[in-house]
Design a protein around this ligand. Structure first.
Ligand code: HEC
Ligand code: HEC
Length: 305
């Protein structure tokens, strides 16, 4: 009957003010009605004139009066049935969560079979089945496009799914794993360890790995830092490691290239502050059949190249 989303004091505060306003309206309309000098339509005026316009001293129109009373009755009825008075949940026990869950359950019954129909076909087959890709594409638009872009090309911090450059691997099983359980990257921050000079040197070495312009002397010092601190995750040759989601640093594809900064400045920011990209787990939200279709859709995106 009551939830505890508001502390008791504020719950009562809200309820009292709400009721005061409603009964205040009732009182107001009653007072106005009572003090009307004429109970029927009249030719008498209020006795003032504004730019030659006068006003009849008529009573409130009956229809208007009853409609006003009606809104008050409706308001009180609504507050008795639905949540609105502080923590009082209303006699119907309605909640938006409950309504949402009922709608989702109904949609599941109705549309579940559409997704289940594809469940026992292998991803490789679905990835070239136009019908499966159409359904998968719609799931993608609704659930993934906010982060990975409508065409799957990614954005700052959100990986491109259409190339063959993978943080965690592009095999069917790896893609499925990325979707099912999600991914949490952990690139530590290096400012404290390397200091300003160390960050500068290491950044020159990092951009040299993909053949970008760099300072030879700084990069040579940077290589030593790299082999000490970075090779364990990004591998000694810089090609990265799928098991950790450590990106390949030799291919000039950047997850964290800020639009307003050069590559080397972006790398410095990454080194200074670290990066923790999060891919939310989809299995709990969407269930196995939808993840299966989405795996096929993502797989097809990268195969198209
Ligand atoms: C514990 C493992 C680990 C270590 C050690 C590590 N990194 Fe990383 N690094 C990662 C991961 C994981 C990511 C991806 C972060 C993300 O996706 O949010 C990453 C991302 C990066 C990026 C961003 C690449 C891009 O595409 O924008 C750069 C640059 C980078 N690391 C360089 C380094 C350097 C240089 C060092 C050593 C000073 C280092 N990393 C040490 C795991 C590591
Ligand atoms: C809230 C934003 C967000 C949403 C929604 C999201 N993702 Fe991601 N996804 C990410 C981020 C961030 C990463 C990279 C994690 C990292 O930095 O290591 C990622 C990584 C991935 C990867 C691994 C890429 C690789 O290179 O290995 C795949 C595959 C993927 N997402 C597919 C999807 C699909 C399919 C959906 C929809 C069901 C989806 N994502 C929804 C943010 C999101």
């Amino acid at each position: 009957m009551f939830n505890d989303s508001l502390p008791t004091f504020w719950s009562i505060w809200v309820a009292v003010i709400t009721l005061l306003v409603i009964f205040g309206c009732l009182w107001l309309i009653w007072i106005v009605r009572k003090s009307e000098p004429y109970k029927e339509e009249t030719e008498e005026t209020m006795g003032h004139s504004f730019d030659g316009i006068e006003e009849y001293d008529n009573p409130l129109p009956r229809w208007w009066y009853f409609k006003f009373l009606g809104t008050i009755v409706f308001g009180l009825g609504y507050l008795a049935l639905y949540p609105g008075l502080g923590n009082f949940q209303g006699l119907l026990g309605w909640t938006s969560t409950k309504q949402y869950e009922e709608e989702v359950a109904a949609a599941e019954v109705r549309y579940g079979p559409v997704f289940a129909a594809f469940a026992d076909q292998p991803v490789e087959v679905l990835a070239s089945d136009p019908e499966a890709l159409e359904v998968g594409g719609r799931l993608y638009s609704n659930n993934c496009a906010v982060c990975h872009g409508s065409g799957g090309k990614g954005a700052y911090g959100f990986p491109n799914l259409t190339d063959d450059d993978w943080l965690y691997g592009g095999s069917v099983e790896k893609i499925r794993e990325s979707l099912n359980v999600g991914r949490v990257a952990n690139m530590p921050a290096w400012q404290a360890t390397l200091g300003d000079a160390g960050i500068e040197e290491t950044s020159h070495y990092v951009v040299s790995l993909s053949g970008r312009a760099h300072d030879e002397t700084l990069a040579a010092k940077g290589e030593q830092h790299y082999q000490t601190y970075c090779a364990a995750c990004h591998m000694p040759n810089g090609e990265g490691m799928h098991a950790l989601g450590a990106p390949n640093l030799t291919d000039d594809v950047w997850l964290y290239k800020q639009p307003n900064l050069t590559v080397i400045e972006s790398v410095k920011l990454t080194l200074r502050h670290g990066r923790q990209g999060v891919m939310p787990a989809q299995l709990p939200r969407l269930g196995e059949d939808k993840v299966h279709l989405l795996t096929a859709y993502v797989y097809s995106l990268s195969q198209a190249n």
